[in-house]
Design a protein around this ligand. Structure first.
Ligand SMILES: O=P(O)(O)OC[C@H]1O[C@H](O)[C@H](O)[C@@H](O)[C@@H]1O
Length: 318
């Protein structure tokens, strides 16, 4: 059963004004307040620390020995270590941690509200803005944190809608789950597409991704703006060269062999599509060390006012 954070706190007026018949609201107020005064009073296994470039990050630690790190900037999960210490995720050596550019070069960056290419900046704005901590909790020892993003003048300059994004990251012994919930807070409908652009540590020559046979493909190589339609015929997709391909109607589970001796199940609900990407010689310094297997929603989601869309991803060492 889940227990929310309930630590001792300095008295903050808006905390005590929370309604007792609204436990979720109360819980969220406390956590946000704690974040604002820089105190580590989150649920057990959840802490805030200073990461690269002085950027705040959340550290999740489970009693089973697994660990994860999430930067508030871009709500980017940059590390997921299983109990044997192996980090299943990869951050490119050119990743920038300056709070200006997206930490898009590694971990699990968001693509929202546009996957791209499109009218907005590539992959949208969610990956290059600060999210806030909305909640933290522990379930049978496993910690989780929920981050929140809302529209502001920056987002509205590109996408003129009121929205709320809630992103829950839950750590378990050999898996990491994420739940993204997008809600239309506007009084008019909006549409978007999205992806979790996950970078997996890998040895590219030994990588294969299984589960995509039979899917319709949109190959972005050579021209991302005019993808070539096709159908995947292979049981296991390998990466002998540059790969940038969308798979429409992907299954709810893919199996990644990372070429390092690990099999990783990448499961999802509602992320109906997938993207495989490896830049090959375009990134000579690091392309051999990672592969991107992205759960995506390429086909547009339309939300009416007050409607929400929820999508889950689970990465599990099997
Ligand atoms: O470098 P980024 O903006 O993060 O994008 C890296 C890549 O992401 C996706 O996988 C797209 O399909 C590619 O077309 C793009 O090049």
């Amino acid at each position: 059963m889940a227990a929310s954070c309930a630590s001792t706190l300095p008295s903050l007026s808006f905390v005590s004004s929370s309604s007792s018949n609204s436990p979720r609201r109360f819980r969220r107020s406390r956590v946000v307040a704690m974040a604002s005064v820089g105190q580590k009073v989150y649920a057990p296994g959840v802490a805030v620390s200073e990461g690269n470039g002085g950027l705040p990050k959340i550290d999740l630690k489970s009693p089973h020995g697994s660990e994860a790190e999430i930067y508030l900037f871009g709500a980017c999960v940059t590390s997921f270590k299983v109990p044997n210490g192996k980090n299943l995720l990869f951050v490119r050596p050119d990743a920038v941690f300056n709070g200006q550019k997206p930490i898009s070069s590694g971990g699990i960056p968001h693509c929202f509200p546009q996957f791209g290419p499109g009218p907005m900046q590539q992959h949208g704005f969610a990956r290059n803005v600060n999210w806030s901590i909305a909640d933290s909790e522990v379930t049978e020892g496993d910690p989780a944190v929920t981050l929140e993003l809302k529209d502001d003048s920056y987002s509205r300059s590109m996408w003129d809608f009121s929205f709320q994004a809630l992103y829950k990251v839950s750590l378990h012994s050999t898996s990491l789950s994420t739940t993204l919930k997008i809600t239309n807070m506007d009084d008019k409908p909006f549409s978007f597409n999205s992806a979790l652009h996950t970078y997996f540590r890998a040895s590219i020559a030994g990588v294969s991704v299984k589960g995509l046979k039979g899917c319709k493909t949109l190959n972005k190589d050579p021209d991302p703006k005019n993808p070539l339609e096709g159908k995947e015929e292979r049981e296991g997709v390998t990466f002998p060269g540059f790969v940038d391909c969308i798979y429409l109607g992907a299954p709810s589970q893919l199996i990644l062999d990372n070429g390092l001796g690990d099999k990783i199940a990448i499961s999802n609900s509602s992320w109906s599509d997938a993207v495989l990407w490896n830049p090959h010689q375009q990134m000579e310094a690091c392309y051999k060390d990672f592969v991107c297997v992205e759960n995506a929603k390429i086909e547009t989601v339309q939300l009416e006012p007050k409607q929400s869309w929820v999508a889950e991803q689970k990465i599990e060492l099997v």
